[in-house]
Design a protein around this ligand. Structure first.
Ligand code: PHE
Length: 358
């Protein structure tokens, strides 16, 4: 009995002098753990006579509980002390000035893409996407541009290295392959716009090897050029934020549309400023036409049942016209001065009016 009370005194002392949480935990394990001192003593109960057990059992259990309580109290104290120390050390000086922070801007191409998505969503179009690396089938063949057709040379195509000539992949030269992917994967009626990157080996003030296009495709029963014209008029007036636009279809040629046209819109110079919508000059805006019946058939849809229109428009050029940049190459040079000048506030929700009123 005396032994037990001596042991208790010693152990309580040890607990009290543990000065870190780690030391306390080590002590707890050495006393109460599986191979701990008290655990060991409790194990001896089994080999005692019933009388001895009756006497020692309660004492040992009491000892165990006292130590558990002492450890719990000590742990609490050490934790509180640790927190106090941290609070003192990590105090924040709220009077310090903040570090200067630079806020990024939205690139004009992203801004214009958001505007286009907004305009065409209002007209009931969904957004579609396709890969930048295309195969010949989607970029050319299905679009009625057969091999050896001069139109394949019309686009200065970037080819990827591949052993087999016929399997060579290309960087898509336009967004029109998304038309094909959509018609193969969806049933009409179809109404999509597909914005994205396109590539041609070309570089001057108005051409860069990588540029952006938005493709439009509508496929349904009884679609005609009147629908195309109405749709493009709604798009142009909304995009340039004007009430009326003078426009004309100029006959053109694309292998994947028949008839094909280029859309010109009226404009004039007001001093140095280009005014869009009215005037005696014409600006070429995009290529379009009625989807060629062969293209519709190439996608497994019956061209006698479904007709449609398509258009393809350069996004970067739209941005230049609306926001007044003169050199396309600067778009992709990542010059911070240019980006700060032409970029849009990052935290504003992109809106059409937000665009022009800056
Ligand atoms: N893909 C054509 C181009 O890049 C544009 C276009 C798209 C024309 C759809 C007609 C219909 O020049």
């Amino acid at each position: 009995m005396e032994q037990i009370s001596d042991l208790q005194k010693n152990l309580l002392n040890d607990v009290e002098s543990a000065d870190t949480l780690e030391a306390l935990e080590a002590l707890r394990i050495s006393v109460l753990g599986k191979k701990g001192q008290i655990t060991g003593l409790l194990k001896t109960l089994g080999s005692m006579t019933p009388e001895q057990r009756k006497e020692s059992g309660p004492l040992l259990n009491q000892l165990k509980n006292r130590i558990i309580d002492a450890v719990t109290v000590k742990k609490d104290t050490l934790e509180k002390a640790g927190l106090d120390a941290r609070l003192k050390k990590e105090r924040v000086d709220a009077t310090l000035p903040v570090r200067p922070q630079t806020q990024g801007t939205i690139h004009p191409v992203s801004q214009v893409m958001d505007e286009l998505a907004e305009i065409f969503a209002d007209l009931g179009f969904a957004i579609a996407e396709g890969p930048d690396i295309e195969n010949n089938f989607h970029n050319f063949t299905a679009l009625n541009i057969p091999e050896e057709h001069p139109a394949r040379q019309m686009h200065d195509t970037f080819y990827l290295a591949e052993k087999e000539e016929s399997a060579r992949k290309v960087l898509r030269t336009h967004t029109s392959p998304v038309q094909i992917r959509t018609m193969i994967n969806q049933k009409p009626p179809i109404r999509i716009v597909a914005p994205g990157r396109t590539y041609r080996s070309d570089s001057d003030a108005t051409h860069t090897p990588m540029f952006h296009q938005v493709e439009g495709l509508v496929l349904d029963r009884d679609i005609h050029m009147g629908h195309l014209k109405g749709c493009l008029e709604a798009f142009v007036t909304a995009f340039f934020e004007i009430d009326h636009v003078k426009m004309r279809f100029r006959p053109s040629y694309f292998p994947f549309t028949e008839p094909s046209a280029e859309l010109d819109i009226g404009c004039h110079f007001d001093g140095d400023t280009l005014r869009i919508g009215e005037g005696d000059d014409w600006l070429e805006i995009l290529g379009c036409g009625m989807v060629h019946p062969k293209v519709i058939a190439n996608c497994g849809i019956d061209p006698d049942e479904y007709q449609g229109f398509a258009f393809g428009c350069g996004i970067d050029r739209l941005a230049m016209l609306k926001y007044g940049m003169t050199d396309l190459r600067a778009f992709f040079e990542s010059d911070l001065r240019w980006l700060r000048h032409y970029g849009f506030a990052a935290l504003d929700i992109p809106t059409l009016a937000g665009g022009l009123s800056r």
